[in-house]
Design a protein around this ligand. Structure first.
Ligand code: UDP
Length: 326
């Protein structure tokens, strides 16, 4: 099969490409390198079964040209990271809505199954933990810029489902919960690569707020294997799935774990949200997936423990730091 991966030079996209190539499929990546990085896919370039186009998928002609020649579409291209979203809200909204519209339109035109990666952010401030796919979305006020990301992704979900209802276009919507692993950059705010880098450099580990807020971290390789299986499962079409790991950990506890696993002497410091993100920021207290729907359909069970996941991130960040000092 030939797969299109939009955003294939990104952190998750590059792992998905690897998994598809390993299963002997061919892969076409389209990426505009806004947050994707050439180094994420450098080891794949030059292979006969791998092709890269540097372009913006929100361009209708680009989307049609790419989608026409493939069997299946993974639409991952998106703005990413809370920091970037707060810093550049216009670009965030425009790329997310425009990109999905162009890709879904092309998929509908050529009748190609499409899997869309949405986000657990869409559950917003819902107090009902764990989150189930059928739950209400409790997104905050537009005066808090953070919520533009969840709103744009939610709109993309509506659009994908509209194509399913309108023409039975096979679409799968996945809501990813804090995906982590090698190649994730801390540049856009993601907590684990930041903590690991801080710990390895002996710098203060910056816990925002009081550190009692919690997340569930899932190894990127568990995530991409679920995505690859879902797109080929007809019963998944027209459906929404949580994808992640349901082990919950407080951010303060994560900082302590990273510190001890790296043997670091870094101090753990608390930074007020206002200082970290500027005024007008709301965090979510807990974010835990209910994975029973995914488990029920494809027998999903994450293989990577949090400890192993942190080890993989530590090894990756060490390699990066060595490269920086050479
Ligand atoms: N966070 C933190 N220190 C950092 C970066 C993030 O304490 O240097 C916190 C952040 O406020 C949030 C959690 O870690 O409560 C996860 O943040 P991330 O941006 O990785 O993902 P989110 O779940 O917010 O999308």
């Amino acid at each position: 099969m030939r797969y299109l991966v939009t955003g294939g030079a990104g952190f998750i996209g590059s792992h998905l490409c690897e998994a598809l190539l390993q299963a002997e499929h061919r892969v076409l990546v389209v990426d505009d390198f806004s947050t994707g990085r050439q180094q994420n896919i450098a080891h794949l370039e030059g292979r006969k079964d791998f092709e890269l186009i540097c372009a913006d998928v929100a361009d209708t002609d680009v989307a049609r040209d790419c989608v026409r020649g493939v069997d299946r579409v993974f639409h991952l291209a998106s703005a990413v990271g809370v920091e970037l979203i707060i810093r550049e809200p216009i670009r965030t909204i425009e790329t997310m809505v425009g990109g999905a519209a162009a890709v879904f339109d092309a998929a509908a035109r050529y009748r190609k199954p499409v899997l869309f990666t949405s986000t657990s952010e869409v559950y917003g401030k819902s107090p009902k933990v764990p989150f189930r796919e059928s739950d209400d979305l409790v997104i905050g006020s537009p005066t808090y810029r953070r919520w533009s990301y969840a709103t744009a992704k939610a709109l993309d979900e509506f659009l994908a489902l509209a194509h399913w209802h309108h023409s039975r276009l096979p679409v799968v919507i996945t809501r990813l919960f804090n995906t982590v692993g090698p190649r994730q950059s801390g540049q856009y705010g993601m907590v684990l690569p930041r903590f690991v880098r801080q710990a390895l450099l002996g710098r203060p580990i910056t816990v925002y707020g009081d550190g009692s807020q919690s997340r569930c971290f899932c190894h990127v390789r568990d995530v991409v294997s679920a995505l690859a299986r879902l797109i080929d499962t007809p019963a998944a079409h027209g459906q929404v799935f949580n994808v992640g790991n349901d082990r919950e950990i407080a951010i303060g506890e994560l900082a302590a774990m990273v510190r001890s696993m790296t043997g670091s002497r870094s101090e753990i410091v608390h930074v007020p949200y206002q200082e970290a993100y500027g005024a007008g920021f709301e965090d979510m207290e807990r974010r835990v997936p209910d994975l029973s729907k995914l488990r029920g359909l494809i027998g999903y069970a994450p293989r990577f423990t949090l400890e192993r996941t942190i080890e993989d991130v530590v090894a990756y960040v060490k390699g990066q730091l060595e490269g920086e000092t050479r």
